[in-house]
Design a binder for this molecule. Structure first.
Ligand code: DC
Length: 217
């Protein structure tokens, strides 16, 4: 079972790392945060209010039934509004259940030509793939994460201040970590990588060293 689970808080650099690792070792990559963002976006477009439990469940079941990976490429999903709303729908247990099989199927059947699967999110190592042979928890200081997210949004022409980004990020992390179902936390057997003082290249090397030690590629 060639599965790499990467969890961590918002803007920790886990997505960029996961993509690069997947590229290097020939694994398929699933950004599970994008699934929750897709559900949140769908609630706002078609069903109503992301804070309403029933609207969120209806949207999640709709997204599951009509899922196509290309739907995750919608640039609107990358906006902070979608991230906040995703964190709200993600609290609802039935929303998480609706997305469970999709994630687990991807992990065990990454598709022809791939040697394995890498998934990033909040509960991959704890709930989605508890038997994954490699589990990483990527984190960074609040300041560094807010700085990164601010630059990322500004580079897309979105006008934000670092203070506002920091406030939103802390609110989202608190909600993700405090929920009853599948809260964000490192699995007991996860290795934590603090990316605050690492360059992207150093992060990649560190992750590849761990992966190569645990998987025979
Ligand atoms: O990784 P991201 O910032 O794109 O995720 C958006 C939100 O989705 C995040 O705040 C919480 C939720 N999420 C989750 O609950 N479980 C996951 N495996 C991935 C994301």
């Amino acid at each position: 079972m060639n599965i790499v689970a990467i969890d961590g808080p918002a803007a920790s650099g886990k997505g960029t790392l996961a993509r690069k690792v997947a590229d290097k070792i020939g694994f398929a990559y699933l950004d599970t945060g994008a699934l929750y963002r897709f559900v949140a976006h769908t609630v706002m477009q078609r069903f109503g209010d992301p804070s309403d439990k029933n609207d969120a469940i209806e949207a999640a079941e709709f997204c599951r039934d009509f899922f196509d990976p290309s739907l995750l490429d919608n640039p609107d999903l990358r906006l902070d509004e979608a991230g906040q709303a995703a964190s709200k729908v993600a609290v609802v247990p039935k929303v998480r259940t609706a997305l469970l099989d999709l994630q687990r199927n991807f992990a065990v059947n990454p598709g022809a030509g791939f040697k394995g699967a890498i998934l990033d999110g909040r509960d991959i190592g704890t709930v989605i793939c508890p038997d994954a042979p490699v589990k990483l928890f990527v984190t960074a200081s609040d300041e560094v994460r807010a700085e990164r997210r601010t630059k990322e949004l500004q580079s897309k022409g979105i006008s934000v201040t670092k203070a506002a980004v920091l406030k939103d990020m802390r609110e989202r992390d608190a909600r993700d970590a405090a929920r009853d179902t599948a809260p964000m936390k490192p699995a007991d057997d996860a290795i934590t990588i603090d990316s605050s003082d690492l360059t992207p290249a150093e992060m990649l090397d560190k992750a590849l060293d761990i992966i190569k030690e645990r998987l025979s590629l």
